[in-house]
Design a protein around this ligand. Sequence first.
Ligand SMILES: *Cc1c(COP(=O)(O)O)cnc(C)c1O
Length: 400
Amino acid sequence: MEFSQYDINALMYVTNRPELVFTEGQGMWLTDHQGKRYLDYLQGWAVNCLGHSPQCIQDALAVQAKKLINPSPAFYNEPSVALASLLTDNSCFDRVFFTNSGAEANEGAIKLARKWGKKNPNAKGENRFEVITFKHSFHGRTLATMSASGKPGWDTLYAPQVPGFPKADLNDLASVEKLLNEHTVAVMLEPVQGEGGVLPATREFMQGLRELTKRHDILLIVDEVQTGMGRTGELFAYQLSNVVPDIMTLGKGIGGGVPLAALLCREEIACFEAGDQGGTYNGNPLMTAVGVAIIEALLADGFMQAVRDRGAYLSTELKKLSAKHGLGTERGEGLLRALDLDSEIGPKIVDMARDMGPVGLLLNSPRPNLLRFMPALNVSTEEIDQMITMLSDILASIKG
Ligand SMILES: *Cc1c(COP(=O)(O)O)cnc(C)c1O
């Protein structure tokens, strides 16, 4: 592919990419190197919670870059303290450790749980270290978080795995109980499995898990890398089921597009000692200044209600589309939604939507019989209508 004097094969091959180079983004829209525009329902995989290049991120970066970029994680800096305070003031958690990716936040959550399990040993005085996770879960791409993930094939891809992550079935409390043993220290789950295909944990299951983990004195860890920061219509998805978890991780939306993630816990769990955890870029002011701008936007009057309203609207429109074309069920929370297709036409729809003209549509198919929708949280109803019309045209041409 020709797009400049540079060679795309200078990049290491890790996945198949379309022959496109995106050069600009604004709100729900992306523009490629040939000037074609695309309505973007991926938003960097639920990352750009305020759309592409929102003014508040441009301003936060420009102001902070002039002031201070990195004093080192050995010193306090203003934006990281401000963002930690905003997160603890608006959640059930008391302490925050910032990281650069969701996987790194989850890696930290696993370390924190293991440290806590060492300080709170079993009746025989042995360390507790096993973290029960779930089939089809996704927690990241480091060795430990891949081992924690329930993605088919990942158990052998970079074998041997990091031990200590038995897998239960989502929404099946008995399957969790069966895995409990004297070495169990925590249960970790996504309140809505994102990569697994937008599969929500039920309110009853979340409450049952909280009750079970409390009764056995083990930790409840919620991986809200995808569901947090307003995505599900609440600031955090654990709030949907009124449970109080012990540890939470955030990523994706917290940075609105820049690399920022976080590990949060309640005071009684915060057991790291000096030197136990760290990282060169962790909590740097350039990224955390963006985080402050993002959470202030989410906390503004009426913002979350608008997310709930648009989530309900998208759900209604997808249900109508499904009825019209004879597709399957629609599900999700807030603006993390999925539509079951009646056959494995997902990848074909994704290709056709992207390649249609004069304007393209970017969609995601995490499983071949499923489409996932992750628009910006400030998507307009017109942008929802436009997507539905484009998708309806594609379905009509595929299904004849
Ligand atoms: C994306 C994701 C991760 C990994 O985050 P990275 O920033 O890609 O490391 C972890 N957990 C969940 C639930 C995710 O959706």
